[in-house]
Design a protein around this ligand. Structure first.
Ligand SMILES: C[S@@+](CC[C@H](N)C(=O)[O-])C[C@H]1O[C@@H](n2cnc3c(N)ncnc32)[C@H](O)[C@@H]1O
Length: 351
């Protein structure tokens, strides 16, 4: 089984729950669009009083609570408008929180909003497979999660393969590597859409938010790609000091692939289960990452620290973070030339 990568758990100072305001900003700007979409596009049987919402790739919170509350507020408003009745007591919301088994669900459940007016369940497991019963879901949501592939694509870590990748991610400069990542994306995204296509009721909505690449732009030309390359350089420094085995490092690849817009659209079309109601660039309140050494170290540690520690040990991971902090000033001028990536807002309606 391929290893799974989760965000740093707990509520502590180096946890995702304390350092996810960048991701949260997108949910805040999407609220209005979600409200409008639910008001005009959601077309589910209103005779049913139970309304099921799932957040796929929920992590530990608090962002997931905001995401589901935005959906609930919108459904309640629609209900009020359409029936002139109070939704309280008439609709019962059930929220299903999905993430990998290894996600820190304890923190998620311990920090549930005290004012919540919904029933809760965790549905652990990869969202590339089914996690819910057929025809049971009214609205699905997934933010900042679909750039994680299910596994490192085939050939990428094999020295004898034309797709062997010495970089730690898909920079976009090698055609063979890019093709292998794209192939894996097609498999994974196809599985994600097939699973959601079975779980959603007809007329139900699926909201997808996150980062992708405008067509023609390579990952390493964007700020996020440059930062991954920078982390790769810092790992090489640590290997030179003897704390990381160079061969091991050469075979390190992150299964991360923010797809290009055309690749995304094509896989949605091929799935055949959805009508695309929106595929838009959405502006992000924190479009530019705050580039101070502390932010860089913390964000790298929260996202990649666990993976690096498992692979190379705690000392090597800590040393890499020190290097990132020390060398941070070196890459700032380069980042000024970064091309823009893209934040997307996708709304799909189940046929
Ligand atoms: C950056 S976090 C985003 C969390 C939250 N949605 C937000 O917007 O703040 C990405 C989450 O996706 C989860 N994830 C990645 N691949 C997954 C998969 N195949 N199945 C379920 N969860 C997955 C990770 O474990 C992680 O919690």
């Amino acid at each position: 089984m391929a290893p799974t990568y989760t965000m740093a758990g707990s509520k502590g100072p180096n946890s995702y729950s304390q350092h996810s305001t960048y991701q949260r900003a997108l949910l805040e700007v999407a609220k209005e669009k979600i409200n409008e979409a639910i008001s005009t596009k959601l077309n589910v049987n209103s005779a049913s009083s139970r309304f099921n919402i799932a957040d796929f790739g929920c992590s530990t919170g608090p962002n997931t609570f905001l995401a589901v509350q935005n959906i609930i507020d919108a459904v309640e408003e629609k209900y009020r408008k359409e029936t002139q009745q109070n939704p309280d007591g008439n609709i019962e919301f059930q929220v299903l929180f999905n993430d990998h088994f290894k996600n820190d669900f304890n923190t998620l459940f311990q920090t549930l909003p005290l004012t919540k007016k919904y029933f809760v369940a965790g549905v652990p497991g990869s969202f590339f497979g089914r996690v819910l019963p057929r025809d049971s879901l009214h609205v699905g949501h997934c933010s900042y999660s679909l750039h994680w592939l299910s596994q490192v694509p085939k050939g990428i870590a094999d020295r004898n393969s034309p797709a062997w990748n010495k970089d730690i991610h898909c920079t976009g400069f090698s055609e063979e590597v890019a093709e292998a990542y794209h192939d894996q994306f097609k498999i994974d995204m196809g599985s994600f859409l097939r699973a959601r296509g079975e779980e959603l009721v007809s007329g139900g909505l699926l909201f997808l938010l996150g980062s992708c690449l405008p067509d023609g732009i390579k990952m390493s030309e964007t700020m996020k790609g440059m930062l991954l390359d920078f982390m790769g350089n810092c790992l090489h420094d640590v290997a030179k000091e003897g704390l990381i085995d160079q061969e091991e490092l050469d075979s390190l690849n992150f299964p991360i692939y923010p797809a290009h817009v055309a690749e995304f659209k094509s896989v949605i079309e091929d799935s055949g289960c959805f009508t695309t109601e929106a595929f838009e660039r959405i502006s992000h309140a924190n479009e530019e990452l705050p580039l101070d050494p502390e932010f860089l170290v913390t964000s790298h540690k929260i996202t990649f620290g666990g993976i690096l520690e498992t692979r190379f040990g705690k000392e090597a991971m800590e040393k890499t973070m020190e290097r990132i902090e020390e060398k941070c000033q070196d890459i700032l001028p380069q980042l000024a030339n970064a091309k823009s990536g893209m934040q997307y807002f996708i709304m799909l309606r189940k046929n």
